[in-house]
Design a protein around this ligand. Structure first.
Ligand SMILES: NC(=O)c1ccc[n+]([C@@H]2O[C@H](COP(=O)([O-])OP(=O)(O)OC[C@H]3O[C@@H](n4cnc5c(N)ncnc54)[C@H](O)[C@@H]3O)[C@@H](O)[C@H]2O)c1
Length: 248
């Protein structure tokens, strides 16, 4: 079963972690992929074109779409995956950090969706998938700007779906829980290998599946939501967290 034969896709944050797994998966499903990152994207095969771009430069995002479409053709699929997390207590939050986190995690996805949707509407087909987080619904210490951005992106997913679905453009979000990427490394320590993670989340079953996820397990759902096999799901947040958010 090939999900994306002949389709063109843009994936942000494709140099590492979940975005890289998504770019690889979409290419394996037959798509031509523009793989965007502020860092060098490794060689992910002949159907993946790397594009170096700083998504925090909100004014430049229409230029990014032009460059992506020049590389892979008119876009059928947009995956807003790039994200940054900058830990700070609420009382210590700096304006520069708040602006950066909001620019990458919220403003870029919203403007890329807005502008990519114009061409998708003209062609009568499109799929937009936003990568949010369980932080879209739950708060955590040190995560004010990240939580604000992810909550905003989940609401953007719903409102975009309300406006775009009638034109054949379906918009959804995938909200991961704990995933093994460099984002789980805080101050040089991988929190997924810590004693507290093993104790609370694994041994005591706060994550019912009793392990963290691998990036490919998130990409699996993005590939389906981003394909024409998805005909009737729009405006939804698919939580892929091993059951984390159904326990207390
Ligand atoms: N790892 C997790 O546990 C987890 C959980 C929930 C949600 N997420 C979300 O998944 C997405 C991917 O995160 P990840 O865990 O793979 O982290 P990651 O750090 O491995 O990947 C994020 C990518 O975004 C890129 N990026 C950051 N700022 C950018 C900018 N200004 N312009 C262009 N690219 C930029 C980075 O260079 C990097 O390649 C993020 O949106 C993150 O919030 C991750």
């Amino acid at each position: 079963m090939i999900l994306l034969e002949g389709r063109s896709a843009l994936v942000t944050g494709a140099a590492n972690g979940i975005g890289r797994a998504i770019a690889e998966r979409l290419a394996a499903e037959g798509a031509r992929v523009a793989a965007v990152d502020i860092e060098d994207v490794p060689d992910l095969g002949p159907s993946v074109q790397a594009l170096r771009w700083d998504l925090a430069e909100t004014e430049s995002l229409e230029g990014l779409l032009d460059a992506a479409e020049a590389a892979v053709g008119p876009l059928d699929v947009l995956v807003n995956n790039a994200g940054v997390f900058e830990p700070a207590l609420a009382i210590d939050l700096t304006l520069a950090s708040y602006r950066r986190v909001l620019a990458v995690n919220l403003h870029a996805p919203v403007f890329l969706a807005s502008r990519a949707a114009r061409g998708m509407i003209e062609r009568g087909y499109g799929r937009i998938v936003n990568i949010t987080s369980v932080h879209g619904r739950f708060g955590e210490e040190l995560a004010l700007s990240y939580d604000v951005a992810k909550g905003g992106l989940e609401q953007a997913t719903r409102t975009l779906a309300v406006e775009l679905s009638r034109h054949g453009v379906l918009v959804n979000a995938v909200a991961p829980g704990f995933v093994s990427t460099r984002m789980s490394v805080v101050d040089g320590k991988d929190e997924l290998e810590s004693e507290w993670f093993t104790d609370i989340y694994v041994k005591h079953g706060k994550i019912p599946i009793r392990r963290y996820a691998m990036p490919e397990e998130i990409a699996e759902h993005v590939a389906w939501l981003g394909s024409e096999r998805n005909t009737y799901t729009t405006g939804q947040v698919l939580t892929v967290d091993g059951g984390l958010t159904v326990t207390f």
